[in-house]
Ligand binder design. Structure first.
Ligand code: PGA
Length: 251
């Protein structure tokens, strides 16, 4: 049984007060939800505020990125061990916005994934094709390459600390969601590739989230697909009501 995960990626939004407000509103909405893992990913500067606000609740804390070195002369970077120290259990790595605007490559993503796992974090590893890639029938090729390169050199045991997030770039922040069928086909393919790289058993156990314009209105159809194990939510995670409704998609 794969426990579903609903993760909110706040991106570059919310300072301390907004974050505290959000958590205060979210807790009563989700405190009875026991069969879904709930994760929120604020900006670095409010991690410790959110850590205190979620204390004793069923909400977990994630960062949106990290560096691969633990310490050293790397101005501006944050290490996986520092995220653990700040209360994080999860970290998003390889988000398409990092790849698109900040020069992340499959290689840097791979280094970050390994370092994060070594520090004990669970990685939300993002992959996904662009519109041009989908329109030229390269979706499977792109996904295969991203999975192979991103997970290169990982041991079988490491896979328990990896969650894959399939986020078609054309669906992020555009209001355009992949159809339930499009998402299912991609997820089944990703699971097959993981099976080829590791074992079929590990592929069956790994959780694969869908991301890209997930909303309270479309989450149920996506979650009904056999290979979709949760959602990575951007825009709709910024309001406690809509995020709470997504978390409670079964209700
Ligand atoms: P969105 O973002 O839900 O606003 O499309 C998803 C993401 O980028 O993780």
């Amino acid at each position: 049984m794969r426990t579903p995960i609903i993760a909110g990626n706040w991106k570059l939004f919310k300072k301390c007060c907004d974050a505290q407000d959000f958590v205060a509103k979210l807790i009563p909405l989700v405190q009875k939800t026991s069969d879904v893992e709930i994760v929120i990913a604020p900006v670095f500067t409010v991690l410790s505020t959110v850590k205190q606000a979620i204390a004793g609740s069923n909400i977990k804390l994630s960062a949106q990125d990290c560096f691969w070195e633990e310490e050293g002369a790397f101005t501006g970077e944050i290490s996986p061990g520092m995220l653990v120290d700040a209360g994080c259990s999860h970290v998003i790595i390889g988000h398409s916005e990092r790849r698109q605007y900040f020069g992340e490559t499959d290689e840097t993503v791979n280094r970050k994934i390994k370092a994060a796992i070594a520090a004990g974090l669970t990685v939300l590893f993002c992959i996904g094709e662009t519109l041009a890639e989908r329109e030229t029938d390269k979706t499977f090729e792109v996904l295969r390459t991203q999975v192979e390169n991103g997970l290169a050199g990982l041991a079988r045991d490491d896979l328990a600390k990896v969650v894959i997030a399939y986020e078609p770039v054309w669906a992020i922040g555009t209001g355009k969601t992949a159809t339930d069928e499009q998402a299912q086909v991609a997820h089944a393919f990703i699971r097959k590739v993981v099976g080829e790289l590791f074992t079929v058993q590990l592929a069956e156990a790994i959780r694969i989230l869908y991301g890209g314009s997930v909303k309270p209105e479309n989450v149920r159809g996506l979650m009904n697909q056999p290979d979709i194990d949760g959602a990575l939510v951007g825009g709709a995670s910024l309001k406690a009501d809509s995020f709470g409704a997504i978390v409670n998609y079964k209700a």
